[in-house]
Structures are given as C-alpha cells and as structure tokens.
Design a protein around this ligand. Sequence first.
Ligand code: SME
Length: 181
Amino acid sequence: MSASAEMPYFIRPSVGLKGEEKKAAYEEAMSAIRANLKGETNAVLKMSTINGLLKTHLPYFYWVGFYLVQNGKLSVGPYQGTLGCLHIAFGRGVCGRAAAERTTQIVADVHALEQGAAHIACDPNSASEIVVPVFNRDGHLIGVFDVDSTEPNSFDETDQYYLETIMREQFCASPLTTFSV
Ligand code: SME
C-alpha cells in the first residue's frame, strides 16, 4: 500500500473530541496505561502498550507511534497506523523539529507547511499533528512521540498536558530496559 489517499480497510477516519469529553477519554487511557505498565521497565513493551491504549481510547488518533534517537537521527519505532517514514533527520519535519528543539509541537494544518521540509507527509490522510519529545531518567532525549489525525485542528493544550504527563511518567520516572539476546 503506497501513500495514497485511499484509507486501508482496518483504519477509520478520525472522530474529534473536545473539552470535557477529551479529558475524560485521556483519564481512562491514563488509568489503563498506569495499570498495565505498573512495574514494567522494557521500553518496547511500554511504547507498544501506550500506542494500543491511546488509539483505543482516543478516536481521533489516526497514526500513533514513536521515533527513536539512533545514530544521530530519528528512526521509526513501535507504531500503529499506515506506513511511517523509516528515518527522519533532526530538524526535518514536525518530528525532527520536536527533537531538535526538545519541545512539543502542535500543527493545526500540516498541509499548510512546506512539504518535505517543515512537514514530511508519510500519509496524505494526516491533517493535523502533535509531537512530544521523550526523555529518559538522565534527561537524555530518547525519541519523540507522534500522533496524527485525519481532521485539521485536532490537538490542543489538553493533548499536550496528558501526552507530556504520560511520557514523563513512563520514560523519565523509572529505569528503562530493552530486549537483549
Ligand atoms: N508527519 C511527520 C512524519 C512522521 S509521520 O507523520 C508518521 C513529520 O513531519 O514529522
């Protein structure tokens, strides 16, 4: 499946939430994340579980996933959604900007940005986006967390508050391990 406007059979267009409804959905998602990841240190398990639970509770999460810092650039990590770009340079696109500036980015209309520079279009169905930097316990940037919606203007300070809190609790507040063979 290439990056066409056609939506795969297993994905539905975003259904936006506003105000208290959005907060209630995040509270439920956050409780589920805390309950399921209690005591867990494996970063891959955490990332996969966070993706699944957020996508279950937030009906406007079209693409949700992590880009990880590897060899001085961002490489795609656990995600749910259509095919994501594999590698993104620091400073390129919304993810690269969040990584370079180490701050959360909210874009109301990704199509208004310069394509290939300020925004990288992996899937033309994405219309708005939030990207949150992810730090470990030592304060090192380990990646960014990226959410796309098929509706413009889906993300606001409520998304920023909850997503930054989830990332801080899960990756900053405890030691992390990964798979080893
Ligand atoms: N839109 C992103 C690229 C990643 S995809 O959305 C999965 C960006 O410009 O950073």
